[in-house]
Design a protein around this ligand. Structure first.
Ligand code: TXA
Ligand code: MG
Length: 314
């Protein structure tokens, strides 16, 4: 199929109505959407991304009344989080309603739901008139796309349409919080920080995967966010060796001479914003090693370090 590029949410929504799949911008990263009630379209998402079928998708809503159709109950904690952080980069995991097809949640009894705050995402969801499931719009294992060009690079002619918007404001995926138990558990860190969540629900915890338990967030066990290059985390205070051939650096400080590609970020937020596109640039330039400066696990720094560690794991 030929992928249609458009800036019109109305034109993009027509592909959803014709049972197709459409990439669209959100404030976190670009998503690849299908009607949540359309099993055949959801299958196309898994095929286009080469995504394992055991990895559940996040439902995207445009209004709170769409939530009622998707979940069977809303805990008190979830209600507080929704009130504070919707619309925005937060996904809440709740018990799923029966009418949500099992393929959407990879057979889980729960569903992750979020309401993007990006204007184009909202206009698109509104034109679609239905909640969409949307994973990040990259090939499975690659860094999530923060530009429409990155979506095109991975998925050209594998999806029906790309709704072209700006570079995404945040640059890493939403915070995922399991709200099905007593204590909200952060399954994936993101721009809504641990500190932000604790202000609303002091008991909130970051979930730590225990080998003997069933993984609560199936997506996290898969390889993620990696450039082709080897990723090395460096503590800037230690003396860095001279870079070898085809080496790149991303971090907050100016590194020593000799790197082929350098991204100096102005803040933790800028690091989050720049990281995935930098990884893609490294691949385009055939970089062999990417040195990434470690930062404190404070604020969005926790999510940046999580993504860097996953990028390193091969
Ligand atoms: O910011 C985002 O969340 C982006 C944009 C497009 O909205 N989407 C995104 O989706 O990152 P994806 O599919 O790349 O990542 C979904 C993550 C996976 O780690 C998955 O395991 C977790 O959310 N997840 C989804 N549903 C879940 C559920 N019912 N229970 C536990 N984890 C869930
Ligand atoms: Mg993803």
């Amino acid at each position: 199929m030929k992928t249609v590029l458009t800036t019109s949410p109305n034109e993009a929504a027509r592909f959803i109505k014709k049972r197709g799949i459409v990439a669209f911008p959100t404030e976190t990263v670009y998503g690849l959407g299908a009607n949540i009630f359309d099993v055949a379209a959801i299958e196309k998402i898994f095929t286009a991304k080469k995504r394992p079928f055991d990895n559940p998708l996040i439902a995207h809503i445009q209004s709170l009344d769409q939530l009622e159709n998707l979940v069977s109950e809303i805990s008190e904690a979830a209600e507080k989080l929704i009130e504070k952080f919707f619309p925005g980069p937060l996904t809440v995991v709740l018990p799923k309603a029966n009418n949500v097809p099992v393929i959407a949640t990879a057979g889980l009894e729960t569903i992750g739901v979020r309401m993007p705050r990006n204007g184009l995402a909202q206009a698109f969801l509104s034109e679609c008139g239905t909640p969409l499931v949307a994973p990040s719009a990259n090939l499975s294992g690659k860094p999530s796309p923060t530009t429409w060009e990155a979506v095109y690079e991975d998925l050209a002619d594998r999806i029906d349409c790309i709704l072209k918007g700006q570079t995404t404001e945040i640059g890493i995926e939403s915070t995922v919080v399991d709200c099905t138990g007593e204590i909200p558990l952060i399954l994936r860190t993101g721009a809504v920080t641990f500190e932000d969540l604790q202000k609303v629900i002091p008991k909130s915890k970051v979930y730590e995967f225990v080998e003997s338990e069933k993984q609560k967030s199936p997506g996290l066990k898969h390889k993620h966010y990696s450039p082709e290059a080897r990723v090395i985390l460096v503590d800037f205070k230690e003396k860095m060796d001279s870079p070898g051939r085809k080496a790149a650096f991303i971090g907050l400080e100016q590194p020593i001479q000799g790197f082929d590609l350098v991204k100096k970020c102005s803040s933790y937020e800028d690091y989050a914003y720049s990281m995935y596109e930098f990884f893609r640039e490294c691949d385009r330039e055939n970089i062999e090693t990417v040195y990434c400066q470690e930062i404190d696990e404070k604020g969005i720094g926790l999510a940046v370090m999580d993504r860097l560690r996953r990028a390193r794991a091969k």
